[in-house]
Design a protein around this ligand. Structure first.
Ligand SMILES: *[C@@H]1O[C@H](CO)[C@@H](O)[C@H](O)[C@H]1NC(C)=O
Ligand SMILES: *[C@@H]1O[C@H](CO)[C@@H](O)[C@H](O)[C@H]1NC(C)=O
Ligand SMILES: *[C@@H]1O[C@H](CO)[C@@H](O)[C@H](O)[C@H]1NC(C)=O
Ligand SMILES: *[C@@H]1O[C@H](CO)[C@@H](O)[C@H](O)[C@H]1NC(C)=O
Length: 479
């Protein structure tokens, strides 16, 4: 597809070579390099870039919305796999009324190894589930995108305001200097994360892969109840960046007619109310409801300066903006050229052509994939240090998944190709991975683009919260 208007661009390679700062060579990699050696060199240069770009000021970051108590339990304990066979057959339900429906919908996702999340609409059933689970003693952690991002920003040296309704118990997870605009709750909403490993077996059903099924009966987070208490705090905080996240809680929640869009418009007003000095970042997530996605595309996304998302979410956002049919299954290992083409188009859609008050022009787009990190910013915008931010995001991905600050190349592999084209059409140039200078950055018309390989962790310790840590890690150096 051809690029038009301000996004068209000339010879990328010549710019890259001329500037010299840019880090990829246009030569083939030395033959016979073992991956171990390559990984070591890539890690060294990523660490060097990180070391050379410490945070030298204290950015003020406000993060909304919400949070909950995640209780992680094994499916075999919840359903008692060893002592009893399933009574019911797999069946799909949009929400859960009874133990029968819980078992049916769990089996439905379990037999496909698919991730699922469902609302338990019957409060009696929910209380019974919580009581049954109490015996199991699950692992408790703070849940929700906003708290994870807030913790990451604080760790990196930011002054943080978190918009979440949390109990004193969960608030105690944060250092005292993290401001939390909570009206004070006695109890947290519990989200039960029911995990199962690959090949877990219940009766005649076998899980084809490891995954999780989540249930909750949370009526606060889907309605974004943290929004109103956040208002005054946000106004006096004078944030450099305001992060909007956690809206996927609205997905699959049985709202009364019209109430969801009403809440979305309130969020939009909070985004529009921030001063021009505050940049707004919207963190995408896995949405499955088309109407919700269309509401977000109309009311939320055009009011953000910056967007963060993964490789699954990018094609969905593109389809919504292009008003195409949505396909919820996409390539888990997209080619860099295709990802960049989609990013350019998303950028093009969000240049704020419609004259609506408070509407913003997109100036930053970060896509994190398993194999690589891609950040695209408008030249001359307030976002700085794009190369260092890409390095930081890449290191954060490994650190989070491996669960260790120290990156061990013995537990990592490269799955990014040794070369890529910058575009899927005939305008693309070929770029080769240079281990000594592993981050490719180049200018393209009004855009600056950087790509970093990820040292993909092979001994996975945690995946949940990865995107939040990575997005926050990438943002922090750009503020
Ligand atoms: C599992 O089910 C068996 C048979 O119904 C029961 O005897 C046992 O107590 C149950 N175990 C748990 C942990 O619920
Ligand atoms: C709600 O759950 C209770 C207890 O499990 C059950 O007796 C009742 O029938 C359920 N209500 C509906 C509408 O399914
Ligand atoms: C936006 O700002 C106006 C004026 O300060 C205020 O009255 C209103 O409540 C704010 N709305 C939101 C949603 O923050
Ligand atoms: C990501 O965030 C979670 C929650 O704050 C934390 O437990 C985890 O260690 C973080 N990852 C990294 C790499 O710090």
């Amino acid at each position: 597809m051809a690029l038009k208007g301000p996004l068209s661009w000339g010879s990328v390679i010549s710019v890259m070579v001329a500037v010299g700062y840019y880090w990829w060579s246009s030569h083939d990699p030395a033959p016979g390099n073992s991956q171990g050696e390559a990984l070591k060199k890539i890690l060294q240069s990523l660490l060097k870039i990180e070391e050379k770009n410490p945070l030298d000021h204290t950015p003020r970051v406000a993060v909304g919305y919400g949070g909950c108590l995640d209780v992680v339990v094994d499916a075999s304990d919840v359903f008692n796999f060893t002592d009893r066979d399933p009574v019911w057959l797999p069946k799909h339900h949009g929400s859960i009324q009874s133990w029968k429906e819980l078992e049916e919908v769990f089996l439905y996702f379990f037999q496909h190894g698919a991730a699922g999340e469902r609302f338990v609409a019957n409060s009696t059933t929910w209380q019974e589930v919580l009581m049954a689970v109490e015996r199991i003693k699950g692992r408790e952690t703070i849940g929700g995108n906003a708290p994870v991002m807030a913790a990451r920003f604080r760790k990196e040296g930011c002054q943080v305001l978190l918009g979440a309704e949390l109990s004193a118990k969960l608030r105690a997870n944060f250092p005292a200097d993290v401001k939390i605009s909570s009206s004070g709750r006695e109890e947290d909403d519990v989200h039960l994360i029911i995990e199962y490993p690959f090949a877990d077996t219940w009766g005649k059903y076998v899980a084809p892969r490891a995954n999780r099924f989540i249930i909750h009966s949370d009526r606060q987070n889907p309605k974004v109840s943290a929004l109103e208490p956040f208002h005054a705090a946000l106004e006096s905080f004078t944030a450099d960046v305001f992060i909007v996240s956690g809206l996927q809680m609205m997905d699959n929640f049985p709202f009364p007619e019209g109430e969801r869009v009403e809440r979305i418009i309130k969020i939009r007003e909070q985004m529009r109310n921030t001063s021009a000095g505050t940049r707004v970042h919207f963190e995408m997530a896995s949405f499955t409801d088309e109407n919700l996605l269309r509401d977000l595309a109309q009311h939320i996304i055009p009011y953000a300066d910056s967007l963060g998302m993964n490789e699954q979410e990018l094609p969905i956002l593109f389809a919504v903006l292009a008003k195409e049919d949505l396909a919820f299954v996409s390539d888990a290992y997209p080619r860099i050229a295709n990802t960049l083409d989609t990013m350019r188009q998303v950028f093009g859609f969000l240049q704020g052509t419609e004259e609506v008050e408070g509407r913003r022009k997109l100036t930053r787009l970060h896509v994190h994939t398993l194999a690589f990190q891609a950040i695209m910013v408008s030249k001359g915008s307030a976002w700085k240090n794009t190369m260092a931010a890409t390095a930081k995001a890449s290191l954060t991905a490994n650190r989070h998944v491996c669960g260790s600050e120290e990156v061990d190349v013995g537990k990592a592999k490269l799955i990014m190709d040794e070369s890529f084209t910058t575009s899927g059409d005939e305008t693309g140039s070929k770029v080769y991975l240079d281990e000594e200078h592993p981050i490719a950055c180049w200018d393209e018309g009004d855009l600056e683009i950087c790509i970093a390989p990820v040292l993909v962790c092979t001994e996975v310790r945690q995946t949940a919260g990865g995107g939040d840590n990575i997005s926050a890690g990438g943002l922090v150096l750009q503020i």
